[in-house]
Design a protein around this ligand. Sequence first.
Ligand code: ATP
Ligand code: MG
Length: 281
Amino acid sequence: MTKIYWTDIQAARLKTLGFDAAVLAQGFHTPAQRNRAFQAIEKNQIKALRKELSERLTCRRPTRAFQLAQDLDGLLRDNAFAKVSTPTITTKTALAKMGIDDTHPLNEQIFWINHTQCLRPMLAPGLYSLMKDFSRLDFRPVRFYEIGYCFRKESDGACHSNEFTMLNLVEMGTPESERLERLKELACMVAHTAGIADIRFEEETSAVYGTTLDLVAGPFGLELGSGAMGPHPLDAAWAITDTWVGMGFGMERLLMASVNDTTMGQWAKSLYYLDGIPLRI
Ligand code: ATP
Ligand code: MG
C-alpha cells in the first residue's frame, strides 16, 4: 500500500516547531490517520516548548549567544587582548580604503544610509584605524578585539543573515615567521572556547583580502572565520607598516557549529527564536 506524507503546510509547521528529518519523513496510510497524528504531535510539542521557554525566561542564565560572548571575552582577556568598540556606521571613504569601491562585488551588499555613510559590512575599517593609532605606541605585540554587529545584503539564507555579529581579533607585531602558526593558534582557541572540535583550515580567495586562511567546521565545511596577515597590500592606505595577524569570526556561525546545526536561523538575531527555542507556539 502506498504511503502518504505530511502536507506542505503541516511539514512547514513541524519544521518550525523544531522536528527533525525522521519525523518529517514519516508516512501514513490515510489522510485521517496523518491529520490525527499531526494534531497530537503539534499539541505535545507546543506544550513542551512553552515549558522550555518559560524555564528559559526565568532561569537567570544568559542565552547561549550571551554566554559565548562572555566566554570569548574571558578567553581574550586571559590572553592579553583589549576589548574595543568602534562605530557601527562607517563611511564610503573608509570602505574605499578597504578596496571596496563602486565596482567591487561587496558594494552590492552594502546598506547605504546616505551618499557617504553605510552600516559596516565588517569590523576591519574601524580596527585598521585603531591599528594606525596604536602603531605609535612603543610596545609590541599590541592585541585587541571587537565583538560587534555587521550588516550585509545576503541572498543565501541558510548560513547568512543580513545582520550578524562578528568577533574580530588583531595582534600587531607578531614576528613575521610566526604569523601563520599564531593565526591558527588563535583560531583554535576561539573554536575550543565555543565547544567546536571538528575544525580544519582552508585557504580561500577573498574579494577584500586576496587570500584568507579560513577556519571551517563539520562535514559541510561551514566557514566560521577568515584570517589574514600583514604586511598586506591594504596596509598602505592605512599607513600601517607593522606585521600583524587578524581573524574575523561569525558569532552566529560559532553557535550553529557548536550544536551541529545545518541552518543559522535559530541563532541569528530574530523575532522567531529565543536561544534556539521557537516563539510561534
Ligand atoms: P561567506 O563566504 O560565508 O559568505 P565571507 O567570507 O564573505 O563569508 P568574511 O568577510 O570572511 O565572510 O567574514 C568573516 C566571518 O563572518 C565569516 O567567516 C562568517 O563566519 C561571518 N559572516 C560573514 N557574513 C555573514 C552573514 N551574512 N551572516 C552570518 N555570518 C556571516
Ligand atoms: Mg571569509
